[in-house]
Structure formats: C-alpha cells, structure tokens
Write a protein that binds this ligand. Sequence first.
Ligand SMILES: *Cc1c(COP(=O)(O)O)cnc(C)c1O
Length: 409
Amino acid sequence: MDTPLETDAYDAVRHTAPRALATEAVHAGRDDLARQGLHAPPIDLSTTYPSYDSRGEAARIDAFATTGAEPDGPPVYGRLGNPTVARFETALARLEGTEAAVAFASGMAALSAVLLVRASMGLRHVVAVRPLYGCSDHLLTAGLLGSEVTWTDPAGIAEALRADTGLVMVESPANPTLAELDLRAVAHACGSVPLLADNTFATPVLQRPAEQGARLVLHSATKYLGGHGDVMAGVVACDEEFAGRLRQVRFATGGVLHPLAGYLLLRGLSTLPVRVRAASANAAELARRLAADPRVTRVHYPRIGGAMIAFEVEGDPHEVIAGVRLITPAVSLGSVDTLIQHPASISHRIVDADDRRGAGVSDRLLRLSVGLEDVEDLWADLDRALQRPGRGAGNCATSHSAPAAASRP
Ligand SMILES: *Cc1c(COP(=O)(O)O)cnc(C)c1O
C-alpha cells in the first residue's frame, strides 16, 4: 500500500509546513514512524550491519572519509552512525534551527571534538570569555588537546583574534554566574572565525544562538535536553559542513553516544518546552523571593529567564547546602527535581581560585537548578536552609556570623 507516489506526497506534507517549536519537540526525528506502522521510535542496538555488497560499502566509506556526510543506505558500523541517535540529532537540529547536529558521549566529548576539528586544520588558538563551565575552562586553560587560549571580555574579542584562531567560545547565560552577553555583537566581533555558543542553560526554548550568528551551538545534553538526570550526552548543532568534520572526528576518536541514550534524549526533547517553561516560572518566583530576603546579598537571574538562579548568601554557603532536605545537594542541573551546589567547591573547583573569583564566581555563590516541584515547597526548604546558624564562614574570604533566624512574613 506504500506506493512511491504516496510516500512522496506524504513526505512533502511532513517536511514543508513550518512548525512551531512545541510541535517540532514532539514530532522532529519521528517523521517516518507512522508510515512504518510505529508510534514509539525503535531502539537499534546493533554495533555492526550486514552487507553482501562490500564494493558498495567501500564506496560509502570513501564518501564518508571525504565529506563526513552520513552514509546513504544501511548503516555500516556503530561508530560511524546509529539510526536511533540520528533521530535525536535530527530533532535537536530542528529545535536549534541548524542544518545538522552531531551527538557525543558527553558535553566534554562534544567540545573536545570541536577543538580537534579546528586543531587538525592548524587552528589551535581559542579566544574565550569567562566564566565558562569549570571543565570547559580547565580543558582550554590546561591545553589538554594542544590548544592555546586567550581569555578576554566580549569587548576584547576582535582584538584577541590571530591568524591561527580557530574558535571563539562563550556561554550565555554562563555557568555558574548566569552572566549574559549579546550573542549578535559577539558573533559580529568574530568575523570569519566560528563562534561556539554553549546553549546548555538557555536551551533552544529560550534562545537560538544560530539565529544570532553562532556557527556552533553546544549542549551538555546531560542537563535540560535529557532532563531527568539519567543520561550523559553532548551535542553540537551546526551547518552540514562542520557536522561532517565532527562526524569524522567522532569516528576516529570514538566519543559516540549510546543508542539507549539517544532514545532517552529524543524522549526528553518532547517535553523540553513544557519543562523549561514550568521550571522557569518556579525559578522566577524563587528569584523574586530571594532578592527580597535579607539573608541573601545578591541574586543573579537572567533577563531571558530560565530555570537557573545564582545567589550569594550573607552566612556560610556550606550551611545552606547542608540544610536542604527536599532540594538535592548535588552538582549538575536541568533535571525535573531541584538541585543546589556550591560552584567554588564543585562545578568550578578545577578552575584556579583567582581566575574563578575574577570571573565573578565568589566563594559565597550558590547555584540553584530549579525543577518542577511546587514552588511553595521549594521556598519552604530554601527558607529553612537559609536559617541554619552558620559555624562561621568556612573557607570564605570574610567571616560573618549568620544573622539570627528572621521571622518570615
Ligand atoms: C555540564 C556542562 C558541560 C559539560 O557537559 P557534560 O555532559 O558533563 O560533559 C558543558 N557546558 C555546560 C554549560 C555545562 O553545564
């Protein structure tokens, strides 16, 4: 019953009508399912694929080695590409508004692949703006992949570019301070050098950096895209040319995403807009209450919104971490449940203390990833944790005793 004509007509309707983000989130990467008589996406766990046509396979491998385009026809080997992971890549590219996306085993594997692509072209110099996620900062500062970094502020980017600059890297809102920058202006300052925007915090629901001129959009998919704290992954959304090079590096270095993770991420994307909007509404309310609280000295909440809050406390931040009960004291973010951590101790511990403080990550800063719980329950937990009497300011620069427990209105 599936004549070629019907298939063409079906695909034309499926692919031409412009679709809103909420629609893409539940349909992208699944366009072929109904035609196959399926509803849930199949999970393909094959590591290899039989073929009686080794001449044909040779030609497809040659094509991959030339362009990095996904091989036509049946897959060849798991490190070259996997159909379940490809569904997630297709869906994320649609959400970010790019031609392609390439998935990796973690956010750090994704960033590593980008650096290797540029280094393999002799472009080892990176210009970057702090703060970045602690391990991204570390990877660049330590030069683990042979890159050399120049740290600058957004206004200094154009001047920092050199003939061998292969990449400009920024985060907005940044981890952990939630500092924002004007991506359009930054992209302009980059000229022909690719701009990589880490969009982990904003997600495509709040911001689509490619529309503002970023050539590469990176996600730690471990965070909001997965959304349930049970899958590690990274992904780069970009044009097809760069995607080809990323696939070639992934093939050669092996940082592939497992198909089960690909399945979970595709499922995660379908609720991404709903989760991000609901968690953001909670976060906006908590940010408002924290800003009005005398025990809190600073609150950072992005103009574009989102579900992340950074705040500094008058008392000992370690006591707040020790005091939460409903909220989970743990690194990472973007899950359905609320997490809190102390960046100077955990997520940004690996960054040199002076560099960290210089980037605005004070020793009193706490980072809250707001989830989907009832906002009153979350506030009650935070309120109780903030009331814990400090045992002094711990390793903080200045010593304060925590103020007496304030009676709440
Ligand atoms: C967590 C994180 C990363 C690293 O991602 P992993 O999946 O942990 O490797 C990169 N960037 C940002 C902004 C992050 O929060």
